[in-house]
Design a protein around this ligand. Structure first.
Ligand code: PFF
Length: 451
């Protein structure tokens, strides 16, 4: 059977960017930056994106397009009868675990859409937003309902086959999201006291940089770029032969980073403006943003409502393009590896993630006393995946492409069989071979205290 392809080069870029741009940029990036001191974290993050993220993304693209298979199968095709297949399996597991807790937050966006539609933010102040977020996220029922709704939406899209859907929706939604967050960033920066937020964002305070910042920034880079779990390598298996791997990686990296930084320009001025600490954690955007809408547009009736609804709808859709990409990796694996039909495979994935999601959601409320290594289920899954599994997956992909695959295979993929120039090739291989593995290993060893 002819393997489906994305219809165009720009379609390939936008689909990969659709996976990359999600809650990681707008929800996770600001609170990680807030927890780790702002501008200094952001600089280290940018370093991680350029030095580790982009080369590893090209490596994942190489694996996917060369094998023309999802990540669960790709390594068995490129390296038959070896243990390299475990890179694929590790990625599949990471995908399922991330989907479990990510869907909880994706579900929150739905609650906020409904709340905004009912004009529920009107007349509220900062304390009210804090209180209502706390009571909602700790509620034993409401977040679970939204979690289930969100997972079912992901489920049905994946079952229906996503290639056309992913590409087409990404082409419309990505530019819309972009424009809206630009408008919001401008509004946020004009709020009273916004200057303190800008300072936090732009003036690095290196005294705040401890070991933890490096692991945080590296984990965030992998998470945000959808790297280390074979998601982008699976998408690359749908790339046409004319898609340029280097250029696509650069475009995805730039779009993803731009959205994250813009999210920072919305959140921090807004947080400082209403006196909310930037290290408020996962609740940060759900508290500050409704406030921005109220304060910036409150003078005109219904305008805050309009902006809130639009923002949370786009956030939910950005999350959806990401959850689809994770679900697809796991479903394709069960389908190809065990011969299950796609719909049966998808049912297993959705059910598994619902169980994880319920445990994650309840760990923020009535199950908060059940912990593993001192972390509740939600925090534990976030730590395990973003800070351990994804960087480890990235390290293994780098080693696989640089040390196992023939150099000519990498060269052929990067140059589209010699049709394109890739003057960066020697630098790229050098980074993959030495710098990325050593840097990731060093960060691990330092942070996790393995020696
Ligand atoms: N990159 C996505 C985000 O920033 O929201 C999250 C994600 C998607 C992580 C797909 C990993 C993945 F494979």
């Amino acid at each position: 059977m002819e393997r489906a392809n994305f219809g165009s080069k720009i379609g390939a870029i936008l689909a990969a960017a659709g996976s990359a741009v999600g809650l990681g940029n707008i929800w996770r990036f600001p609170y990680e930056a807030g927890n780790h001191g702002g501008a200094a974290f952001i600089l280290i993050y940018l370093g991680c994106v350029c030095l580790l993220g982009l080369p590893i993304m090209i490596a994942e693209f190489t694996v996917g397009r060369r094998s023309k298979a999802s990540t669960g199968k790709a390594y068995s095709i490129l390296a038959p009868d070896t243990q390299w297949k475990w890179i694929g399996y590790l990625g599949v597991l990471a995908g399922a675990l991330i989907l479990g807790y990510y869907s909880v937050v994706a579900g929150w966006t739905l609650e906020y859409i409904v709340e905004a539609l009912g004009n529920g933010f009107a007349g509220k102040g900062a304390e009210d937003f804090v209180a209502s977020f706390q009571s909602f996220s700790q509620d034993p029922v409401r977040p679970l309902v939204w979690l289930v709704v969100f997972l079912l939406a992901t489920h049905f899209i994946v079952v229906k086959g996503v290639k056309k859907g992913i590409e087409r929706s990404a082409k419309i939604l990505m530019p819309m999201l972009f424009i809206l967050i630009l408008i919001l960033a401008v509004c946020s920066m004009t709020l009273p006291n916004a200057g303190k937020g800008l300072e936090f964002l732009l003036k690095p305070d290196f005294s705040k940089v401890d070991q933890d910042v490096f692991l945080g920034a590296m984990g965030q880079a992998f998470f945000s770029l959808s790297l280390g779990m074979g998601c982008l390598s699976t998408y690359a298996s749908y790339f046409g032969s004319e898609t340029k791997l280097g250029k696509t990686a650069l475009s995805v990296g730039v779009i993803d980073t731009f959205v994250a930084i813009l999210a920072g320009f919305i959140i921090f001025p807004a947080a400082f403006s209403v006196g909310i600490q930037p290290d408020a954690g996962p609740s940060l955007i759900f508290i500050t943003l409704p406030n921005v809408f109220q304060q910036a547009f409150g003078a005109i009736p219904y305008l805050p409502m309009l902006f809130s609804v639009m923002f949370y709808v786009l956030l939910a859709l950005a999350a959806l393009t990401s959850t689809i990409s994770m679900h697809e990796v796991v479903t394709a694996f069960l389908n190809e590896q065990f011969g299950l039909s796609r719909s049966k495979a998808a049912v297993i994935v959705t059910s598994f993630c619902m169980i994880l999601g319920v445990a994650s959601s309840l760990s923020l409320g009535i199950w908060s006393e059940y912990t593993l290594f001192g972390l509740g289920c939600f925090d534990f899954l976030d730590f395990l995946t973003a800070k351990i599994m994804l960087p480890l997956g990235g390290l293994l992909v780098a080693v696989f492409v640089a040390w196992y695959l023939k150099r000519s295979v990498s060269y052929d993929e990067v140059t589209n069989y010699g049709l394109q120039k890739a003057p960066y090739f020697p630098v790229y291989m050098f980074i993959l071979k030495y710098i990325a593995p050593v840097a990731i290993a060093m960060i691990f060893i330092n942070e996790l205290g393995w020696i």
